[in-house]
Design a protein around this ligand. Structure first.
Ligand code: TXA
Ligand code: MG
Length: 319
């Protein structure tokens, strides 16, 4: 397994040698490597078992450091960056030749983000290169929100996990691109659309697709537990079943099924708390003995939209 610690010297020397380090962010843990080093980038794809057509997000600690890496910064992108960076927002910007094509899977836009985590910001400040970092999970599985999640799955393939505690937001960043001047949402995430729209006005949603070459990140089945996973309404969930089912619910228990099989994402009905618990609960239910996981959708506002998106994608597997 990997060593786990908060030693920035160890983390930065490994990264300077082209090795990979798992890093904490406020959204989920990332599997980081030097974004400008093709060998490091290739090892990210291979450790994750990620297809080469699914591009990586590049992380940095300041807008100044983006100079030379991008060739433009649309006005609305700049307004969003000013308001929400560091934070759970990724922007798609035109890339310069310094960003290897491997990082963007050959696309002419690069995804960039300044994460809001003190330890990782400190690490990035010590480096003179940006970090490419996808979520630190095997491709297609649930994203990690603490060091144990990372160590269980990738611990044998990486030397070090930088320990920044539990992820405070718990769901990946919101990805925004631009069609001329029009903001387009490529992935719902940890920054609510309401907040984005208060700065740049109406946004449009990019539809999910398994084949749309403009949106390689929008694979429909994703974030999936290994157990059969179904979305159901409460009336159907309450009906008796012969299967050993675990229930993932928003804020209140079902009358029929055994209490011990039911997990509430937020007993107080708080969508931020629900987002923080979502991936850890999915992993926990996936490990328990049982036949299936049944989940209900949460209210479709704030981070609820991103939660529902992840639940729908988890349920899409095997469709
Ligand atoms: O919160 C996050 O964004 C986390 C932390 C570690 O920063 N990272 C993360 O990375 O979720 P990953 O690789 O698991 O998801 C990145 C998504 C993928 O769906 C990918 O296809 C999309 O971003 N993406 C990356 N570069 C892109 C590009 N140039 N154009 C379109 N989509 C892109
Ligand atoms: Mg991911």
């Amino acid at each position: 397994l990997a060593s786990i610690g908060a030693d920035l010297e160890i983390a930065s020397s490994l990264l300077k040698e082209g090795k990979l380090v798992a890093i904490p962010t406020e959204t989920v843990y990332g599997l980081a490597g030097n974004a400008l080093n093709e060998q490091a980038v290739l090892s990210i794809f291979s450790v994750k078992n990620r297809p080469s057509f699914d591009p990586l997000i590049v992380h940095t600690d300041s807008v100044e450091k983006l100079e030379g890496l991008i060739t433009g910064f649309p006005e609305k992108a700049e307004a969003l960056a000013r308001e929400f960076w560091p934070g759970p927002l990724t922007l798609l910007l035109p890339k310069s030749a310094r960003i290897p094509d491997l990082v963007t899977s050959g696309l002419d836009q690069v995804a960039v983000r300044i994460p809001d985590h003190p330890l990782t910001l400190h690490l990035l400040r010590k480096l003179d290169f940006p970090l490419a970092a996808p979520s630190a999970n095997p491709f297609g599985y649930i994203s990690p929100t603490n060091t144990s999640h990372v160590n269980e799955q990738l611990g044998d393939s990486i030397p070090y996990i930088l320990d920044g505690g539990e992820a405070g937001i718990g769901i990946e960043s919101t990805i925004i691109g631009f069609d001329d001047d029009q903001p387009v949402v490529y992935r719902l995430g940890g920054l609510a659309l309401e907040a984005i729209e208060s700065v740049v006005g109406k946004v449009v949603l990019m539809p999910h697709s398994t084949s749309n070459p403009k949106a390689p990140g929008m694979l429909k089945s994703h974030y999936a537990p290994r157990k059969p996973f179904f979305l159901k309404n409460r009336a159907d969930m309450a009906k008796p079943t012969d299967d050993a089912v675990h229930y993932l619910l928003f804020d209140s228990f079902l009358e029929g099924p055994e209490r011990g099989r039911q997990r509430l994402l937020s007993p107080t009905g708080n969508l931020n708390e629900a987002a923080r618990n979502l991936f850890a609960y999915l992993r926990m239910l996936d490990k328990l003995p049982g036949d299936a996981i049944w989940a209900e959708q949460v209210p479709d506002s704030g981070l609820g939209r991103a939660i529902n998106d992840r639940l729908r994608r988890a349920a899409a597997l095997g469709e």
